[in-house]
Write a protein that binds this ligand. Sequence first.
Ligand SMILES: [Mg+2]
Length: 99
Amino acid sequence: MTNLIHLQKQVSDYDKKFNWDKDRGSHIALHMSEELGEISRRILRFEGYKTEEFDKKELAEELTDLLYLTLKLANKFEINLDSELEDMWKRYEKKTSRK
Ligand SMILES: [Mg+2]
């Protein structure tokens, strides 16, 4: 059991305060790509591929930036992530491999 709807409401209230609830879905998706790049960069640092110092707190912040945008995009399309997550687990429980 999850409570993502509470988080979605928090994001919705926050976005409305700044009039950001009108942001285009394509822009939100673009920002998600940007955050994923930032996450990837932190992991490349962790794995030593990038020589910059790895900072776990930075990785955590980038992950939560992506979570915020995921919740925001779900709000944009009126998707209830609680029920979608339940459906996802039903799909995943039937999986026998990573296909
Ligand atoms: Mg970020």
